[in-house]
Design a protein around this ligand. Structure first.
Ligand code: HEM
Length: 267
């Protein structure tokens, strides 16, 4: 009886063909080390096809006249990532305890923990940097007319990102739970509660009731470290998807024809 042929060997298990000039001998340790990175990337790519997505994301045509102002969005993104990383380290030591524990944990981070003051300083100053950058980025997109068709949805997502960034700043301000944090939050909350229609409900939600209590601190902490960062990360994903899909706007002084009917044409 004729034997059936063996099933084909998966290509990952086949030896790669020798490169020109390399001969067939075994690879030296240095050559093996050089190949290792390539092999890992190839292995992942063969199973995920991620390199296509990476190419789509990173190798894009940009309009003539693209300049430094276009880096403000990426700078904001970097500020957010820095806040996320430093925030994770702060959360390892912070306690949202209104009976003195919160203040004490912040004192402990600042005075005792290795590099604690540095990481806390980065998070504190990074918050202001992110707020300034997000406004500058919004100003750039506004002045360059990037909110117009077909990028209106990205502008709207941007507006939500702006509001969420401000919510991060507001909720973070309470966490040290010193006198300044406490009273500033009382004032900010009272202002929020005077807003039209949803204002009073929003004020009650943030305070977790009609009065400022110990639960208010836990609520601010949960909003600050779970709810809003998650929402910001998801919205940045959508924002960047649209930037990649639609491309960026040419500066208003550029000679590129910006009529919408031509927007499908690759230039
Ligand atoms: C966390 C906040 C934000 C991040 C991380 C972010 C990130 C980015 C990045 C990386 C780009 C592409 C490069 C560039 O044009 O700078 C971009 C583009 C854009 N962003 Fe943002 N952004 C944020 C907030 C905002 C806000 C607040 C607005 C406006 C209200 C906005 C509106 C836009 C628009 C319209 C574009 C398209 C620009 C164009 O086509 O030229 N973004 N964003």
């Amino acid at each position: 009886m004729a034997r059936r042929p063996a099933p084909p060997l998966p290509s990952a298990l086949k030896a790669p063909p020798p490169r020109p000039g390399e001969g067939n001998g075994p690879l030296s340790p240095v050559e093996q080390a050089k190949e290792a990175g390539i092999t890992v990337v190839d292995w992942v790519d063969e199973r995920t096809s991620l390199s296509g997505a990476a190419r789509w994301l990173m190798f894009r045509k940009v309009p003539k006249g693209t300049n430094w102002y276009y880096t403000l969005g990426s700078a904001t993104l970097f500020a957010f990532l820095s806040q996320a990383v430093t925030g994770v380290f702060l959360a390892m030591f912070y306690r949202p305890d209104a009976a003195g524990g919160a203040y004490e944990s912040i004192r402990h981070i600042t005075d005792d923990v290795f590099l604690g003051q540095f990481v806390r300083g980065m998070h504190l100053w990074g918050a202001s940097v992110m707020v300034v950058l997000v406004f500058l980025h919004m100003g750039r997109t506004f002045l360059f007319g990037a909110y117009k068709y077909p990028r209106e949805l990205n502008w709207v997502i941007g507006v939500v990102l702006l509001i969420l960034t401000m919510v991060m700043a507001l909720t973070g301000y309470l966490l040290p739970f010193d006198q300044r944090a406490y009273w500033a939050t009382i004032v900010a909350n009272n202002i929020t509660a005077t807003g039209p229609l949803v204002g009073p409900y929003l004020g009650d939600f943030l305070r977790s009731g009609p009065e400022f209590t110990a639960t208010t601190l836990s609520r601010f902490y949960a909003i600050h470290m779970l709810l809003v960062p998650g929402a910001i990360a998801a919205l940045i994903g959508a924002h960047l998807y649209l930037v990649t899909k639609l491309g960026t706007t040419a500066p208003p002084w550029s000679k590129v024809d910006r009529r919408p009917e031509l927007s499908e044409t690759e230039v």
